[in-house]
Design a protein around this ligand. Structure first.
Ligand SMILES: NC(=O)c1ccc[n+]([C@@H]2O[C@H](COP(=O)([O-])OP(=O)(O)OC[C@H]3O[C@@H](n4cnc5c(N)ncnc54)[C@H](OP(=O)(O)O)[C@@H]3O)[C@@H](O)[C@H]2O)c1
Length: 312
């Protein structure tokens, strides 16, 4: 049974990976105090002690705007730490998975990006993630780099939860309409990662490790995504301050941010679906599932009651 290290298990993707990778081996998910990505010595000491056969790095500095002013911090976690992990993996014949992002691209292309396209991001977060990818590919012969986009889940801090909170509080939401991508559930990423690893780890010397794009199917703007979430919430009976009709589109220029996001965040996943014989479901499936999870967990019921209790 392989020994598997999952970093960032407290994050939205790491949480799902612990579940999805459990059938593949013994999963270790050390807390930050034991495995701090800003402490190469501590990481190496842990690796030398536990000697994982597979390193799955889901930890990252993900504060995209703050990265513009915390460059060294972002770079240490997103670029240097993956290099340390990959070097250890390469030296000990371990395999490694590194997660990356659509934000490595500048978004000027007029079609979905393929893996071989030149990454030309100007933002610190994207550049640090790109440096992480490059280090992992250079130092670990059995490395899988998965570029994912617009992650959300029923748990964690993400766009779905932001829209849920804002729709409860505000009668009108103004959401950017000129950035297009594929909202992707962490469950889809985690389950697909497990499937890819099962194939790659049993394929021997000719296993097709490398860079792949992994997102849900279809595409939508942030505004379309937000409108969809509010519409679905309306069906659940949650009492909202905002209706789907009051989710208004605005251009990116009306919502300036320190990090300039790509307008085109679309990633072509043909390489992955062709190589591994997979179907990537439409993004809306994952949203319905995440909202159903929230409803079944009672989280939406509590919100309905809390809202009603204020006399709305
Ligand atoms: N979120 C998105 O929309 C998105 C889009 C494209 C790509 N990605 C990529 O997908 C991966 C997973 O993202 P996510 O959304 O799951 O991120 P997340 O929810 O922000 O989780 C990040 C995790 O990294 C951990 N971490 C941060 N700094 C650390 C350090 N110095 N030492 C140890 N752990 C540290 C955090 O620990 P704490 O819990 O202690 O803070 C947290 O558990 C990342 O590689 C990210 O770049 C994300």
């Amino acid at each position: 049974m392989p020994t598997i290290l999952v970093t960032g298990a407290g994050g939205q993707l790491g949480f799902e990976l612990m579940r999805a990778l459990a059938p593949l081996g013994t999963v270790h998910a050390p807390a930050r105090a034991q495995f701090d990505l800003e402490s190469p010595e501590r990481m190496r000491a842990w690796l030398d002690r536990v000697r994982p056969d597979l390193i799955v790095n889901a930890a990252a500095y993900t504060a995209v705007d703050r990265a513009e002013s915390e460059t060294a911090h972002a770079w240490a976690i997103n670029a240097t730490a993956p290099e340390v992990l990959a070097r250890w993996a390469g030296e000990h014949d371990a395999a490694m998975v590194q997660f990356s992002t659509d934000y490595v691209f500048d978004g000027r292309a007029e079609r979905p990006y393929v893996e071989m396209d030149t990454a030309g991001t100007q933002m610190v977060y994207g550049a640090s993630k790109l440096a992480g990818e490059e280090a992992v590919l250079a130092d670990c012969p059995r490395a899988l780099v998965l570029r994912v986009s617009w992650l959300y889940s029923a748990f964690g801090n993400n766009f779905l939860h932001t829209i849920l909170r804002l729709a409860l509080e505000r009668p009108v939401l103004k959401i950017v309409d000129d950035q297009v991508g594929a909202p992707t559930s962490t469950q889809l990423v985690a389950d697909t990662t497990a499937h890819l690893l099962r194939t790659l780890l049993s394929a021997g010397n000719h296993a097709p490790w490398g860079v792949y794009h992994l997102t849900a199917g279809g595409e939508v703007s942030w505004h379309g995504f937000a409108s969809h979430i509010v519409r679905e919430l309306e069906f659940t009976g949650v009492k909202l301050a905002c209706t789907a009709g009051n989710v208004q589109p605005i251009p990116s220029s009306a919502w300036p941010t320190p990090a300039v996001r790509p307008l085109n965040s679309r990633l072509c996943c043909d390489k992955l679906t062709g190589q591994f014989g997979l179907n990537l479901p439409h993004w809306s499936h994952g949203v319905s599932y995440a909202l159903a999870q929230l409803q079944r967990s009672g989280a939406l019921r509590v919100r309905r009651w809390a809202h009603g209790a204020r006399g709305d």
